[in-house]
Design a protein around this ligand. Structure first.
Ligand SMILES: C[S@@+](CC[C@H](N)C(=O)[O-])C[C@H]1O[C@@H](n2cnc3c(N)ncnc32)[C@H](O)[C@@H]1O
Length: 427
């Protein structure tokens, strides 16, 4: 990677942009401040390299490690964020400022990027909620007026009115999450819940894929499932009441079943998965399994979306010692709704809730930002979270289209550490 100033801010760079980038690069705080008075300045981009002032301030520390240079960059980075710089803008190398900081080993600057990212994502979440409320409440006229105000707020949050589609997209899918550094205009539609639930699925070679070859579940995740079971059921004690959302390949349900629970409920929505459960000879969760429970209804696959099944379980007064959530094709808002609206009512006082944590998992900085976001939202929902950090064996997972990813459209996991959330009710 060429991190030199000559390459990143070439002589062809338009003068007003070059001035800002040079001051950021030189960590000239006073000079930079003077140029940031106009909206949008903190997030200008060099037209050919995509360098932003954040990239420049961080990259200037290349080769110097943590120390004096990093210290002089800190107030500059802080000032840029205060002036609306965008934490997840990517440069021509596909790197966000946080990615550059991580690659150069600049931990303090990386932490600043993660904090700023979490703040921005929390704010966007609030704006989305506000928008939802508005569309529920308001008449057309009111909506239009308020919408205009909101755009202004959105611009401020985003940093100086740059169009959002210049950022990478953060966390589309709450489980096998994508954070694709997609080129603008790429015709690669996101997997969305309704489309997914209508799509055809294929079970083969240690994986479950949909008709567009998106990996719904893959056998390499078995070690993550095993660790999740161990976290949810300390000592793997028998006789626990378990609820699992999303059957997939039945990997985690197989492990749950081995512990001889007193109650084992599964919620699954996809017709092809339900067909697999009921008819595939190798699947042991069909009717015979249901009938083998210690009492009627103790072992059960609830067919349907959790959004429809959960209210019924709540109404019936069901409670569980362990709840696991791992769906596909749903956005983060659904996971948040699940743990905010349902987990507190269905989890026993000493129970444990966990979920497949693929939030932002194809980019370290997004993974770290979303760990913070989800932690704050869990706390909002009355839950504490402990993170267990697991090593992920990356053999066969290193390259798009190769090894485990052969026949799978997108490499949705790129990290060698998995953060396993262990959530408990507060107090
Ligand atoms: C990633 S897989 C689960 C993998 C599972 N943990 C395992 O160990 O094999 C996700 C599953 O969630 C199901 N699913 C997706 N959306 C759902 C919803 N809204 N309600 C219930 N199940 C859903 C999918 O059909 C799929 O079977």
């Amino acid at each position: 990677m060429d991190d030199t100033i000559e390459t990143r801010i070439p002589p062809t760079c338009p003068e007003p942009i070059a001035q800002i980038l040079h001051r950021a690069w030189d960590h000239d705080l006073a000079g930079l401040k003077a140029l940031l008075s106009q909206s949008g300045r903190a997030s200008v981009q060099e037209p050919t390299t995509g360098e932003t002032p954040l990239h420049a301030a961080i990259r200037a520390c290349a080769g110097q490690g943590e120390g004096e240079s990093e210290s002089s960059a800190k107030p500059v980075v802080q000032e840029l964020f205060l002036s609306g710089a965008i934490w997840n803008d990517v440069d021509g190398n596909g790197e966000t400022p946080g990615c550059v900081a991580a690659r150069l080993g600049l931990r303090a600057l990386y932490a600043q990027c993660v904090d700023a990212g979490a703040r921005a994502e929390m704010l966007f979440g609030l704006l989305d909620e506000y928008e939802e409320l508005e569309s529920q409440d308001g008449g057309e006229e009111e909506e239009e007026e308020e919408g205009a105000g909101q755009d202004a707020a959105g611009e401020e949050a985003n940093g100086a009115g740059e169009p959002m589609d210049e950022d990478i997209e953060v966390v589309v899918d709450n489980t096998r999450a994508f954070v694709p550094p997609r080129p603008a205009g790429a015709d690669d539609p996101d997997v969305k819940s309704e489309a997914y639930l209508r799509s055809e699925l294929t079970y083969s070679d240690g994986k479950l894929v949909d008709s567009s070859l998106n990996g719904v579940m893959m056998a390499w995740e078995t070690s993550i499932m095993r660790a999740s079971v161990a976290a949810l059921l300390p000592d793997l004690a028998p006789g626990r009441r378990i609820l699992n959302i999303g059957f997939g390949m039945g990997i985690i349900d197989g492990m749950f079943a081995e512990t001889r629970p007193s109650r084992h409920h599964v919620i699954e929505a996809h017709p092809a998965v339900l067909d697999h459960i009921n008819n595939a000879p190798e699947c042991k969760f069909g009717k015979a399994w249901e009938a083998s429970g210690p009492s009627k209804g103790a072992y059960k696959v609830h067919a349907g979306k959790w959004q429809e099944v959960m209210p019924k379980l709540l109404e019936k007064g069901e409670t569980y010692d362990a709840i696991y959530f791992d769906t596909f094709g749903e956005d983060y808002g659904q996971l948040r709704m699940f743990f905010t609206e349902y987990v507190p009512g269905l989890l026993e006082d000493n129970g444990i809730f966990s979920f497949f944590n693929g939030l932002g998992a194809d980019r370290q900085v997004c993974y770290d930002v979303y760990a913070k976001v989800v932690e704050m939202h869990l706390s909002d929902a009355g839950m504490d979270v402990d993170w267990q950090v697991l090593d992920v064996d990356m053999k066969g997972l290193e390259e798009e289209g190769k090894g485990e990813w052969q026949g799978v459209k997108r490499r949705y996991w790129t990290l060698d550490k998995y953060r396993l959330p262990v959530c408990t009710l507060m107090g």
